[in-house]
Design a protein around this ligand. Structure first.
Ligand SMILES: [Zn+2]
Length: 250
């Protein structure tokens, strides 16, 4: 293979790797924000469950007070009932007693309902607490992985800078200028594989004689359409191909 073409393939590999590393680093703040939002949601969920349980408890306390109030009235009516002199008075007291008893029954039913609801709310709070613990654990693990990846990416970028400088030093100036120009214009991908007579990035068919020349890998040839520098991987693919997949064709 043409030595410069070989260097360009290696150069493209380095540039694509550096690009991926930079994208990962650039995505870190967003990633961190998503983790913080997850933790916040789980924390809010626990707070809401606690609030519901507390509201249930205070509602039941208020109902207990109402029951006590009606029971007080009931004993008062019963006392009065002992002292009534007329049938009419007796009827009136009986009516008040029946009313108070019905109220007490109604409120006690509501208290019972509240107690059952309280059991459900307590279970929900327990589940929310467990969920928060699990989320905290998962988020911590994610953050540790992100920190480790950060270190790896930075080390990779430093390594790439050194390797790139060494590669460029051995490269023909004109070839490098072509590479740089296409790279700038084509979203950082200046080198592409030609396969089955087609540029694998822009998918435009190459002229047969151009493709035949590219197959020899002995010169610097560009795609007629996207201007990327073409290389050929003989079958079975044993030669190294640059990582040219993540970028959209342009
Ligand atoms: Zn092309």
């Amino acid at each position: 293979m043409n030595a410069d073409l070989e260097r360009l393939i290696a150069l493209q590999k380095l540039d694509s790797a550096a690009d991926a590393a930079r994208r990962t680093l650039a995505a870190e703040p967003e990633h961190e924000q998503a983790l913080a939002a997850r933790l916040e949601a789980a924390t809010q969920h626990v707070a809401a469950a606690k609030e519901q349980l507390a509201a249930n408890k205070s509602a039941r306390a208020a109902l207990e007070k109402d029951v006590a109030m009606h029971q007080g009235r009931l004993s008062k009516f019963r006392e009065q009932g002992m002292a009534v002199k007329t049938n009419q008075e007796f009827q009136a007291i009986q009516h008040e007693i029946a009313f108070a008893q019905a109220e007490i029954k109604k409120i006690e039913d509501a208290i019972l309902e509240g107690m059952m609801e309280s059991d459900d709310l307590a279970s929900a709070l327990k589940a929310a607490d467990a969920q928060l613990v699990a989320e905290q654990k998962a988020i911590d693990a994610d953050r540790r992985a992100m920190t480790a990846a950060h270190g790896e990416m930075q080390a990779a970028l430093e390594r790439i800078t050194v390797e790139r400088a060494a590669l460029i030093a051995g490269l023909d100036k004109q070839v490098l200028a072509t590479f740089d120009a296409v790279s700038r214009k084509r979203n950082g991908i200046a080198v592409a594989e030609a396969r089955d007579g087609v540029c694998t990035i822009c998918h435009v068919r190459l002229r047969p004689q151009v493709f035949n020349t590219i197959r020899r890998n002995d010169s610097i040839l560009q795609c007629d359409h996207c201007n990327r520098i073409m290389f050929f991987v003989p079958a079975p693919a044993a030669a190294a191909a640059p990582d040219a997949s993540p970028q959209p064709a342009s």
